[in-house]
Design a binder for this molecule. Sequence first.
Ligand SMILES: C[S@@+](CC[C@H](N)C(=O)[O-])C[C@H]1O[C@@H](n2cnc3c(N)ncnc32)[C@H](O)[C@@H]1O
Length: 274
Amino acid sequence: MLQGPATPARLNKYLLLAVPKNHGMRALDIIEAKGFINANATFTEIHSAVSVAEVQFLRELISQGRPRRTLEIGCALGISSLAICELIGPDAHHTIIDPFQSTDWKGHGLFNLSQAGFQNFKLVEERSEYVLPRLCQEGASFDFVFVDGWHTFDHVMMEFFYIDRMLPVGGIVAFDDILLPCLNRLMRYISRYPNYESLGCRGRQDGLTIFRRGLFALRTLVGWMCLPLGNRLRGELLHDGVVRSDASISLNGSITAFRKTSEDDRGWAWYEPF
Ligand SMILES: C[S@@+](CC[C@H](N)C(=O)[O-])C[C@H]1O[C@@H](n2cnc3c(N)ncnc32)[C@H](O)[C@@H]1O
């Protein structure tokens, strides 16, 4: 067992001794070790990856739905991909989209998946903005989708637009990094869709800056002061974060998910303040 602080250098030495080269580490092993031995037999420290709480949330979601076909946007070092490939089992199939796996990520995600022995996945090394419309046009369908790619509001909105069309009723879509203001805002919009229900959230809010914590406190205060306006006017005039707190719509975590409850029957000009 590793004694003392787990610096990358000490972990590297420890793992090189303790873990056989053909190790096949799973998601939680790698998160616990804070890294893995890569194809060049050196230690790669993990970053930009799902946490233990987020893997547990993925586990809960996948065990609820027992999906046969799953989709993921954003592989990076492969931590969430490892978790999903393991959770869905060998008879289901996972499609992973990541245009930068070979370049920015040096193939580490793919390496981890192959070391773990998974064969139930396919990696598409193209941008989601090109792959998703194509999959949609081909009539693809996915029971579970995990979105963790490029995080701007418009980009993830575009991804959700296509995912919605490929998700059957009962299907689940999960989003990571919802603490980001852009994704918090988008989750507020999606939470307004009449044919989706929130499945809650997980992960801690400790990534929030002091500014945002102060802002939330101020919003609560403004919300109280504006109560006499009534729900309709408050919804039209105020920021949605004042009218509907993060906690009240299960956005007070770092990962959230929605289940599709029926087909989309919104009218051509549907809109709800968000
Ligand atoms: C936060 S990382 C994903 C982490 C991974 N889900 C995990 O938990 O182990 C974001 C990923 O999005 C990918 N990405 C960036 N732009 C993208 C795009 N246009 N389409 C799909 N993926 C993209 C990046 O290459 C990167 O691998």
